[in-house]
Each structure stands twice: as C-alpha cells, then as structure tokens.
Design a protein. Sequence first.
Length: 379
Amino acid sequence: MAEKKVKKDKGPAFEIKDVTISASTAQMLEKARRDGVETAFDRAASMKACPIGSESACCKICFMGPCRLNAKDPYSKVGVCGATIDTVQARNFARFVVGGCAAHTDHGMGMLDLFREVIHGHVKEYEIKDVRKLEQVARSVGIETDGKNVQQIAEELYKQLEVTYTQVEGEIPFASRVPEKTLETWRKLNFVPRGAMREIMESMHRTHMGVDQEYENIAQQFSRTALSDGWGGSMVATEISDILYGTPRPIAVETDMGVLKEDHVNIIVHGHEPNMFESMLVSCNNPILIQAAKDAGAKGINLGGMCCSGAEMMSRHGVPHCGPLHVHRGCHCNRCSGCHGRGCAVYQTGAGRSGQMLQHPHIHHQLPRQNRRGRACAV
Ligand code: SF4
C-alpha cells in the first residue's frame, strides 16, 4: 500500500529515542523521516486517544447504545440494558480475546487443512518431513504408534487434532500435555477448553446484550477461550509446521537490517503463514525468477524474514531475520489482535510474552495493559 506523505511543516511529532532502543530501527525511522514517509509512530503521536475508549468504558454491543460510562465514577450509572462498568469492561476484553483467538485458531486450522490434503495425496508439494515429530505428537495425544505406518499415524493424528476445533464437550486434546498441577487448577476453575469453535462461539454469545451480566462468569469464559488458542490452534499450527517442514534446531544466522543487500531484489516476508514463506523460499530459488531479477539489474533475490514466520524460517532454513530479535513478538497490546489476544498476557507472563500486567481498576482481574495503538510495538 502506498505510504502517505507527512506534512513537513509540523515538525517531528515524537522523539525517535523515546520509541526504540534499537539503533537499526532508529536509523530506519530517521530515514523515513528524511524521506517524508509516515510511520505508525507518526500516526500514534498525532492521534489523541479516546478517553472513554482507553478506559474501556464505552459499550456498543447493541443499538440501544453506544452507552458511555465513567471510569472515574464507575458505579454512578449503568448502560441502558443495566450493564455495569464491570460487565462492559469484561465484555470488551472478552471480545479482544475472541478476536485474537479466532485469528490463531483459523491459522491453526489452515495448517491442519494442509496436513489433511498432504496425507490424502491431494497436495503433493509438501510431505511429512519429520516422522519422529509426527510420532511424538501422536503419542502426546494418546495415539498408539507401535506397529503402525506413517500414513496410519498421520490419519489418526489428523482426526484427533480436528477435535481441537470442533469438540463440543470434553477436554481439548492437548490438555494431555498440561502439567498435572496446572491441569488440576484449571479443572477446579472450569477453565479447561472444549473445542476452540465452541469457546469462541460461547464467548460471543455470553458477551451479547442481555445474556451474561456477571463479570466473573465472563472472565471465566474468556480464560477458557484464551486457553483454547494457546493449547489448541497455536499449538496445532506449531506441531503441524514441524511435521511438514521439519523441526527447527539451533542455527547461526544473520539478523537485523544489515541483511538487506543493496544490489539484490530484497523480499521480506512477515506474518504467520509459514506455507507462504516455504513457497517463497522455493520461488526465490527458481532460475526464471533469478534471471528476471538479473535482467532488472540486480545480482539476485535476497529473501529475509520478519516476525513469526520469519523466526520459523530462520530456525528451519537459516533465512536471515530482517529485524532486531528483541523486536520479535514486540506487540502485546491486544488491541489489534496481533498478539493473538489469547490471554497470553493473562497466563503466560514469561519472556517473549507480555509481562505488562495491570490491576484493572474495576473488575479486579489482571488484564493486559492496552498499549494505545501499539505505541510500545517497536520496543
Ligand atoms: S449492551 Fe447494554 S451497555 Fe451495551 S450498548 Fe447495549 S444497552 Fe448499552
């Protein structure tokens, strides 16, 4: 998409040193500024956050609203339907979780679709590369592998993993991997997800106008939904990627902006669709495309990665990572669902996940800090 030009007479809207600790990112932002290219940082600096929205005190779930409550005087009024600010905030947060969870679940389902088509012989460009991993994953969900061939194991595994999405009752298959004590706690709290589709559907239903007004119930449901992503869609995607493309191993690679080559056609792939990246890798080695790059005056094609799929390609194939690694997974604001909104901030506070926790002023649950349009996105 074409970048819009920054109006030059306004002067810098933010200090670059305030938005990044990365020298290479700072260099790129300086260049963007010199060239008059607007970035997300310019837009964030010039966008005054909506005071009601940033407190999550607005509800627009139905057309009797939007209802505007006051986080500074939280219990002075309720929405037209009677929803308190606790209910409104819990519902708003639940729908962030649903958005992120749906994104990852659908991605995981895409990987599972590919797996099915590969094992049924409809897609021939991919194959099961890591048989050991296939057997490990199968055993982890209770499939007996002794005496079975790869095709049998793969078919049984496909059927079992499909349940991750479609199951309406019972525990999600990868619950079998949850540490015993943790699983015990989840069971006690009724947090163990059933199938991702069921949890997403129930979350949307429960947070609709006039359905569940109790923030505790809503918090329980968004917690279960969050876990159906972390222990469902995203785990399926990871495992299927390893089975089809090979399990990553420690590897030495170049990283950061220096991987770009002045005399090559540079292609940077980012996102969370490893299928496309794997195909790009093949395409970039296609003699016809290499010749086309040469005909255009370049020495060749230089493929680089960024973000999730970039990290996968880096660890699987040694594709250079075009960005400082501390920026990888930098976005945890939950507003864009880019962090998959699966409540990782609620449950996984370790390195690489959001450690930014906020004691919510009203609903008394820890919620991820909303970074106001990803202002902290580039570290
Ligand atoms: S669901 Fe309730 S609080 Fe929300 S907009 Fe409708 S009436 Fe207002």
